[in-house]
Ligand binder design. Structure first.
Ligand code: AMP
Ligand code: MG
Length: 354
């Protein structure tokens, strides 16, 4: 079971195999002990699912008072909607859309929240030497996956110089941001859902919740355990078949941990001419979809970091991505390359068949 501490010998993946094998005897006893000993054994389950931030947001929690539990879940959904209304590049009145419209002309005063998110984004840009870069949107906003559109070569070449996080001049004291290139646009899609999930868990804690799971698309975080058992978060097969659309390739048993998956199957289309998969994770060097991997899952303490890192590693590819993850304490990763081969960071052990 992964209580998010990194141990070389007890990987969450190995434990998942172990967990399934011993479930009957051990967990029956544990479940009985829980029913008799723990006050939250009488807790009620509250669950909600809503479409927010262009994805499905899910909250599940146990609370001894079902009304308070429902209020906590509602507060989470309200916060998700607030974050969407503030950070969505598609909502014209959002702070982010306003910045994109104005910051190349005049420096703009920004909120503490936006300043924090841009600061964290810049941190990951420096750490990855530009693989994570919110100015990817300078080219990225010309992609429309639903309508199968991508920028033509001329557009891409013209806008490529605007992808560079150095164009973002952020004064963290005064909370002022200026874009130092006319064509710069930013998009926080690679970090905002993780941030929102962290906020959701904070809100649940403020409401006295001790056992919960929250997810927004590929970003999840679990609080405590699930009636004495770990929460189980699955890594999807990146090439699911229509017969088995929820097929999971690995299950991660976790408590008090965050997990983010970035995949080339989330928003994509297949280009009719070239046959290539055009998807939503953009390599800032080329302005095209990063194409070495199919899926990257990052496990850590905070969702904001797992979210940014899953996108970063997706762009960096296997070798550089694993090297980066292995340098960061308390963070691990599972990578599936474009041939379907699975790789693990040093803190995890491959599940064995014995
Ligand atoms: P995720 O699913 O967390 O990997 O996030 C994917 C989202 O991150 C995309 O939909 C974009 O909004 C954004 N994104 C794409 N490429 C990059 C990049 N190179 N750096 C930062 N954000 C990116
Ligand atoms: Mg991400």
């Amino acid at each position: 079971m992964l209580k998010h501490t990194r141990t070389k010998n007890r990987s969450p993946l190995r434990t998942s195999v172990f967990f399934v094998a011993i479930l009957p005897s051990r967990y029956w006893l544990l479940a009985m002990a829980v029913m008799f000993c723990c006050p939250w054994a009488k807790a009620e389950w509250v669950g909600d699912k809503q479409n927010i931030m262009g994805t499905q947001v899910q909250v599940g929690l146990w609370h001894p008072d079902v009304k308070q539990g429902r209020r906590a879940a509602e507060a989470v959904m309200e916060e998700m909607r607030r974050i969407d209304n503030t950070l969505s590049p598609y909502i014209e009145s959002s702070d982010l859309a306003q910045l994109n419209a104005r910051a190349a002309k005049n420096a703009q005063k920004i909120s503490d929240e936006l300043s924090y998110l841009i600061q964290r984004s810049l941190y990951y840009s420096k750490l990855s030497e530009g693989a994570f870069d919110i100015t990817f949107a300078s080219v990225g906003w010309h992609y429309d996956y639903r309508n199968q559109k991508k920028p033509n070569d001329e557009q891409r070449q013209k806008l490529l110089p605007a992808i560079n996080y150095h164009w973002l001049n952020l004064d963290t004291e005064k909370k002022v941001l200026a874009f130092e290139h006319d064509n710069v646009r930013i998009d926080l899609g690679g970090i905002a859902k993780g941030y929102a999930v962290d906020r959701a868990i904070e809100i649940l804690k403020e409401h006295g919740v001790k056992h919960a799971t929250v997810s927004a698309g590929g970003d999840s975080k679990v609080l405590g355990d699930k009636l004495g058992k770990p929460w189980v978060v699955g890594i999807k097969n990146p090439r699911i078949s229509p017969q088995n659309p929820k097929e999971v390739v690995l299950s991660l048993p976790l408590f008090d941990a965050a997990v983010s998956t970035s995949g080339d199957y989330e928003r994509f289309f297949i280009d009719a001419k070239s046959g290539e998969r055009v998807h939503h994770i953009i390599n800032p060097k080329t302005g095209k979809s990063a194409n070495e991997l199919m899926s990257v899952t990052v496990i850590g303490e905070n969702s904001i970091d797992c979210d940014a890192l899953s996108t970063t590693v997706f762009v960096l590819g296997r070798e550089q991505g694993l090297a980066l993850i292995n340098k960061i304490p308390q963070v691990d990763a599972v990578i599936i390359d474009r041939n379907g081969k699975v790789y693990y960071s040093d803190g995890l052990m491959e599940p064995s068949n014995d």
